[in-house]
Design a binder for this molecule. Sequence first.
Ligand code: F6R
Length: 615
Amino acid sequence: MCGIVGGVASQDVISILLDGLKRLEYRGYDSSGLVVLAENNSLNRARAVGKVVNLEEKLKTKKNKIKGNIGIAHTRWATHGEPSNRNAHPHICNHSVSVVHNGIIENYLDLKTSQKEQGYKFTSDTDTEVIAHAIHLSMQSSETLLEAVQKATATFDGAYGLGVVSPKYPDTLIATRKGSPLVIGVGKNGNYIASDQMALLPVTKEFIFLEEGDIAELTLTKVTIYDEGGNQVERPVKTSKLNKGQVSLGDYQHFMQKEIFEQPQAIRDTLESRITKENVLISAFGPKAQRIFKKIKQVQIIACGTSYNAGLVAKYWFEDIARIRCNIEVASEYRYRHPILLDGTLFVTISQSGETADTLEALKTAKKINSKINTLCICNSAESSITRGSELTFLTHAGPEIGVASTKAFTTQLVALALLVTSMGVTQKTINKKQEKAIVEGLKRLPGLVNKALKQEDQIIELAKRFKDKTSALFVGRGTMHAIAMEGALKLKEISYIHAEAYPAGELKHGPIALIDESIPVVAIAPNDELLNKLKSNLQEIKSRGSQMIVFEDEDSHVKSMKAMDVIPVTSNLGRITAPIIFTIPLQLLSYHVALVKGTDVDKPRNLAKSVTVE
Ligand code: F6R
């Protein structure tokens, strides 16, 4: 996590750096800072605890009025050392070199010990400070800043995206990455770096995506890149399809709210050119997809957080609808537990950002365990580490998701997974033409159905008020709705800080029902499916323990309303694929409005970051 911006320009870079940092706040926001090279060739630094606006305010004060044509900046998500001024980046060594860092240097304690022995003084608790000292040390035996950074990074274990400047080389900015994202923006009046292209959209649309281990030297007019082996290389310059407007709030109060309401369009965009009137286009997964899908015997899904919840829905779909064996696991466990991967496995990663460290490492681990497996990713970021590491890619076209709580990424992941399940079922002849047609028709109805579900907002605003003084909540559902309940609980806890748990409704009697009393609201999802009657019995069990309940139901489910139980019909006539997508909507709205009632920072909840590029 953490966001980096930097630039060498023909103008003062302060406003470019600040604007870039604001666009990267989704990556972390517990402190921020920047360094520019002043005209007298000194490193001028400003740092502030909290969000980027605090840094901006600080820079307006007389004492901190600084400017320069070359600089680096950082917004932090703390890993080593509490959020404080002294731990905020950039870090400086001996007035000679300054560094911003995204990632973790795992051997920093060993490096720190040896650097201390060599007389280096530490002013922070971060792992990053060893980078500044290591580069300073190698500058003594190097002819260029690039050479010094190359020598220093050779001593690091772990992950880094780095921006480095030094008054000794006043025209040069060095950028390098390994395990953390970093892009170069090629502009007319300068060259820039950032953790994400979104940070640089106001200054350029031309980007170079650095490969693992690449190091780049940026001057005002030139970008020179070397690969990990030190060979000069050419990397393609790509024109971004994103525009500035996509990353602004418009008429909405929060990005989360905007993104919830963008879902009909995001789903339309994700389906576009991927289906015909009656069929799913298997080629949407790449030219090799048909050949690969034919020989697959089982699917292994790996993801984290919300993306994991999407995968959990797909596990039901794979086995229930396409009759293909499917396992799913969170990436942070999978990567460390020596799993068995059989030949004939399709290894599917799901990630909005495509940069989640655990998911990326699980993918690398899987390829090492069995080089014969095929890999496929479902991702919302075209030029990400996970897409580059996968054989087949399906891009969700959700557009940039800025709110930390994932919403439109989730529903478009479900759409992508529905297309995958159908494509594989069709290829393996476990799904026939009639079933395929029905699935396609259901998918086409989705934007309209989502719009209908969004119309429940006023009712949900009223329900949200009841959570004002609550500290716990329970979400229940059966089948795919258990996964949707998990997503509802995750949304509620991450943005309103209410402890929320999700259970398969039939599991409550094995323990958790002991928790239930009038202080714990229970949210249930009741689609009109083959488990409805069983769910109704579970709801009775909960009700008789005095809980306040909210039931989101299919109009045809006819759940009988009782005292202290609100039954909200969300929709009607849903299929096995459309139902989980549609029942997600009221849960997103509920958590959003509970967060408003609680007064939390909806788009930037405490302790979180959007893209988790550290372990
Ligand atoms: C929750 C949320 C996270 C992410 C998780 C994986 O709202 O956003 O749980 O889903 O960190 O991120 P990606 O999908 O980028 O791999």
